[in-house]
Design a protein around this ligand. Structure first.
Ligand SMILES: Nc1nc2c(ncn2[C@@H]2O[C@H](COP(=O)(O)OP(=O)(O)O)[C@@H](O)[C@H]2O)c(=O)[nH]1
Ligand SMILES: [Mg+2]
Length: 318
């Protein structure tokens, strides 16, 4: 067993932080670590929270943490903010707001940047969530800005996805365009103290009619005012109801399995790429000169690399 895995099991927070860094930086013994913790996961409820910047995701997460702590539940939080590659920006803002929770041993907050995640943001986020799960948090919240494909991929790893929208923001169209509508399990109309709530509610329902017309599950819509700590119970009830649906319908198992399938393929893809890259680097990218002189083309070069990699000249599998 990886030494960090053992310490994580003993609820050593510093070991958890170290393990996440190791995963993020793609350390040499990363797979070893992930193998050791895999069976220690306690199937926490993974909840994704997505929406436009400024929608109130962090405020909501902050309130949800307090709400869950009062119920005696422990919470791990992964804040993914690809718009802040430097350690400042909104991540820092989130940190300040989350400050109340930093001294609480039942809460663990980790911000992820895009830096260092060689295997892709969605992969290192997933690994972080798994590490937190193995540590034993009851609930894991994943906050991400709904902007691109990698954020969409991140949301797919959650059991329940909450999409945060604001009245008067034109969010619904954005969400629809980004393909988030299809993965939403519930909608949160946050800033319900602002004008335009009925219009937004109608827009969401119309959009749901369009997208989810043949599904047995219709995502509920809850209203919150996170600045006033309102609607948190309704939000949590909706999340629990979705969890119940996942269990009863068997969809939860299906989702987990298709996520696992994707994860295996991601690891394979990454490991092969890494091996090929290392090998080619050692050989000084021998095909580069031929590319430059026009003797070969990128596709032939790639084909040769793949062939050579899969069937080495000495006949032994690499
Ligand atoms: N009026 C109002 N403002 C809110 C509400 N929730 C959050 N805000 C404000 O919206 C801004 C963005 O919030 P934040 O949680 O950082 O959004 P994030 O970018 O989605 O994480 C902050 O200034 C919050 O105080 C709400 O329910 N009502
Ligand atoms: Mg935020």
């Amino acid at each position: 067993m990886h030494p960090l895995a053992k310490r994580i099991q003993q609820k050593d927070e510093r070991a958890l932080a170290k393990a996440i860094t190791l995963a993020e930086n793609n350390g040499a013994d990363k797979l070893e670590l992930l193998k050791s913790i895999y069976s220690h996961q306690k199937s926490a409820h993974w909840i994704g929270i997505t929406g436009s910047p400024g929608a109130g995701k962090s405020s909501l997460v902050n309130r949800l943490i307090s709400f869950l702590r009062k119920k005696g539940m422990t919470v791990g939080i992964v804040a993914v903010d690809p718009t802040s590659p430097f350690s400042g920006g909104s991540i820092l803002g989130d940190r300040v707001r989350m400050a109340d929770h930093f001294t609480d041993p039942g809460v663990f907050i980790r911000s992820m940047g895009t830096r260092g995640s060689l295997g892709g943001l969605s992969r290192s986020t997933k690994e972080t969530v798994r590490l937190m799960d193995a540590y034993g948090f009851d609930v894991i919240l994943i906050e991400t800005v709904g902007v691109g494909q990698s954020e969409l991929d991140i949301m797919k790893l959650a059991d329940s996805v909450a999409v945060v929208l604001n009245p008067g923001s034109g969010d619904v169209v954005q969400v629809f365009k980004a393909g988030i509508m299809e993965i939403a399990d519930l909608f949160v109309v946050n800033k319900a103290d602002m004008p335009g709530v009925p219009k937004l509610l109608a827009e969401i329902e119309a959009m749901l009619d369009l997208v989810k017309h043949d599904s047995p599950y219709r995502p509920p819509v809850v209203q919150t005012i996170s600045t006033e700590n309102k609607g948190l119970k309704e939000l949590w009830d909706a999340i629990l109801l979705h969890r119940e649906y996942l269990e009863k319908s068997g969809e939860g198992k299906e989702r987990k399995l298709s996520n696992l399938k994707r994860e295996v393929m991601e690891v394979v893809q990454h490991e092969i790429y890494q091996q090929v890259w290392t090998h080619e680097q050692k050989n000084g990218f021998s095909w580069l000169a031929d590319l430059e002189s026009g003797k070969t083309d990128p596709y032939t070069a790639a084909e040769q690399i793949l062939t050579e990699h899969m069937q080495p000249a000495d006949g032994k599998q690499k």
